[in-house]
Design a binder for this molecule. Structure first.
Ligand code: C5P
Length: 431
């Protein structure tokens, strides 16, 4: 019986891809696989050609219980699981050991063999355990690559200081397999939202003025995408309803692309019957041109210096509809919005809204909380340059019913997403 199938665990298995590159520390990879399998994770391994000189695929196959991939273009291996499917399969990618060469490839988007291609293709978080000679680790090129990767959200564990296999002493030794496995477990997080269906709206909507011009806003979608990614990491089924955005769809998330507020509303309503947590992070246009022109509006047709007056009509407030339990006509036989059928019981939907304001932030957020009947409003001051639109950090205040406010410090949007979902779990626990 393989190591993998002999391990009993009560937690659902998480999917870890272990990428091994060609350093002497690769001999510790089987021990790392065993540590991950003991946690209850499902582990698949991919090796660079040089890694396979230090550790045999057969050993890793035996301890992981899965065929090991070593070659990008091997038809048999691609038939088992193709490399894109493998990159998509992973909920976490652990690179151990990570050589200086592999870090450079990852930092610069080089995909010239199996492992570097997997790292470019995956949307899962990446945990890197570097291992190399102390001078290679200290080299400015490696330092710059590490800084670049850290800034992009790649996590590092180690390297540690000590005697190195190359004979030198210093920083460069791979972290112990038990340390790497513990960090992996922490990053995977507990599946605390398993069983929940989380619907997140994100990004800005675009309202057509004519076939080429739109009324849009500055939302990048980053905050909503982070909430969706974090909910998926916590084991929820996640639907991300997003306006146009160049951001990659987070791993394990179903994305529904929309353009206009009316399309977003339809997409939300289509998911409501199953949704148990609704997070409205989108910047929805409050107005749309009443009559978008069928052809491109030509300035010549407006006279020499004639202006253009566009009549705008109100868009529906999607969040307020969900909060109020209002539904599109024709869907009334299903559970009302604001309610979820679970285990034969009716349970209220958890509704989280956002309030991006440039003045009187908290007072405006409180009015929204009440008017849109939310369980929580995430308020942010968009007049700050380090919070709000198109930046990676956000400084928010959580506004609760009953007059309580909770100000969070300036945090990466990923950490803000985690804080929001912690509160969602708290609301669920209190019911
Ligand atoms: O009223 P305001 O647009 O400031 O409210 C912001 C909150 O309401 C956000 O959560 C946003 O996603 C949501 N909203 C919505 N539909 C609209 C306008 C805002 O869902 N038409």
């Amino acid at each position: 019986m393989s190591e993998a199938s002999s391990t009993a665990t009560s937690k659902p298995a998480r999917r870890v891809l272990l990428a091994v590159s060609g350093g002497i520390a690769a001999y510790k990879a089987p021990e790392l696989v065993r540590a991950l399998v003991r946690q209850g994770q499902t582990v698949r391994c991919a090796l660079t050609r040089n890694a396979a000189r230090f550790v045999t695929p057969l050993v890793l196959q035996t301890v992981s219980g899965h065929a090991v991939r070593t070659d990008l273009f091997d038809a048999e291996q691609e038939g088992e699981i193709d490399h894109i499917a493998l990159a998509d399969w992973a909920e976490l990618v652990v690179v151990a050991p990570a050589t200086a060469d592999l870090l450079a490839k990852l930092a610069h988007g080089i995909a010239d063999e199996l492992v570097s291609t997997l790292l470019l293709a995956t949307r899962a978080p990446v945990l890197v355990a570097p291992a190399m000679n102390v001078h290679m680790w200290d080299h400015p090129a490696t330092r710059d690559n590490v800084a670049l990767l850290r800034a992009r959200g790649v996590r590092f564990v180690g390297p540690e200081a000590g005697f190195l296999a190359c004979g030198w002493e210093g920083e460069g030794r791979m972290a112990e397999p038990a340390t790497i496995a513990a960090e992996a477990e922490r990053l995977l997080g507990a599946p605390t939202l398993a069983g929940e269906v989380v619907v997140v709206t994100a990004g800005g909507t675009r309202e057509p003025l004519d076939p080429v011009r739109v009324l849009a806003n500055r939302s990048s979608g980053k905050m909503g995408f982070e909430v969706a990614a974090e909910a998926a990491r916590r084991g929820a089924e996640v639907v991300l309803i997003s306006g146009p955005s160049s951001l990659a769809t987070p791993a394990g998330v179903r994305r529904v692309g929309i353009e206009t507020a009316l399309q977003m509303r339809d997409a939300v309503h289509a998911e409501l019957a199953r949704c148990s947590v609704f997070v409205a992070a989108a910047a929805v246009s409050d107005f749309r041109p009443a009559m978008p022109a069928k052809q491109k509006i030509k300035k010549e047709a407006l006279g020499d210096d004639g202006g253009l007056v566009v009549e705008l009509v109100r868009n529906p407030d999607i969040l307020a509809e969900v909060g109020a339990g209002d539904r599109a006509a024709g869907a009334r036989s299903e559970p009302k919005a604001g309610e979820v059928q679970q285990d034969g019981r009716t349970r209220r939907l958890i509704v989280v809204g956002f309030a991006a304001e440039s003045e009187d932030v908290l007072a405006a957020a409180r009015r929204k909380l009440e008017r849109k009947r939310c369980d929580l409003i995430v308020a942010n001051d968009v007049s700050r340059s380090d919070a709000g639109f198109d930046v990676d950090t956000n400084a928010v205040t959580l506004v609760w019913p009953g007059g309580r406010d909770e100000a969070l410090p300036l945090l990466p949007k990923r950490a803000v997403a985690a804080q929001i979902l912690d509160r969602v779990e708290q609301i669920r626990g209190a019911r």
